[in-house]
Design a protein around this ligand. Sequence first.
Ligand code: SF4
Ligand code: SF4
Length: 337
Amino acid sequence: MAAVPEAAAARSCQEILMCSFAQRLKENRRELRKRAIDVLQVNMGKYCNQACMHCHVESGPNRTEMMNRETVDSVLRFLATTHIPKVDITGGAPELNQNFDYFVESAVDLGRHVMDRCNLTVIFEPGKDYLPEFFKRHRVEVICSLPCYSEENVDRQRGKGTFDLSVRGLKLLNDVGYARPGSNLILNLVYNPVGPFLPPPQEKLEQDYKRELREKFGIEFNHLYCLSNMPITRYETHLKLRGEYDQYVDLLERSFNAATLDRVMCRDLISIGWDGSIYDCDFNQMLDLALTDVSGKRLDVSSLTVEQIASRSIEVGNHCYACTAGSGSSCGGALIL
Ligand code: SF4
Ligand code: SF4
């Protein structure tokens, strides 16, 4: 019998698994549909100065995909036609896209609240030391990955030396006023598990982070967001190499919590890829589950209208268990506290 090509096998496996989550929705007499869009999440590209093992974007220094100026202008044109209040900028390391500053300034000029998902180490890349002041000037909400307050765990997941740079980056943000009383400059941290398990309760972990970071380093921050790792792309490979994939997927499925369905982020968010394609969320983007029109043509931000998104049914798959397990998970942290 001819061998099934690896990519095709993965796809068909994905389709089987998709049925499982869709079935779960059906059993709960639920479906996922868009509501009013609250967040425009923009992925500015896959290039990153890090290459973390859990990265669902599969970002790294060798990636070349970057949102160009034309697409950035299309995003801004679309944004101007909407009342979407928040712009959530992600990547890769979005600050390494040469259009980053322009995009932030333009979105702020449109009166939108801008959030940047910053890996902290980017502040120490050549020519990027202006970032803390730039964020402050535009009142950007900065959301930084820090999967643990222990150096060993952070360096294991994100690469040697990352913890030290992260601490230095957080101090620089504190120094310009982030998370200081009365500054209204928001600095949030993101925790994700270093192994194949669910995050612990968010509020308790936030207290632990605050105590440890304050006592050991004098660092302040506003909130901790707990995210589950998504078992797709690079993290899927990592889990499979360690023989932990089946066990983790099983844990996510067993932990399905229907109470999270009202709050999953895809209901209030649209995600734009570096090339202008449109998705329900960043995870669907990495699985290339692009939104299409009635003829099957991919939607593109250059011609996108709010009407094309309104009340759409969301593309779900088995990966959605990672958002709906336990307390739930989203770019804004746990869904149920
Ligand atoms: S810093 Fe973020 S985008 Fe870059 S490799 Fe790590 S997880 Fe991926
Ligand atoms: S992965 Fe999460 S955010 Fe994306 S479509 Fe599934 S439930 Fe929604």
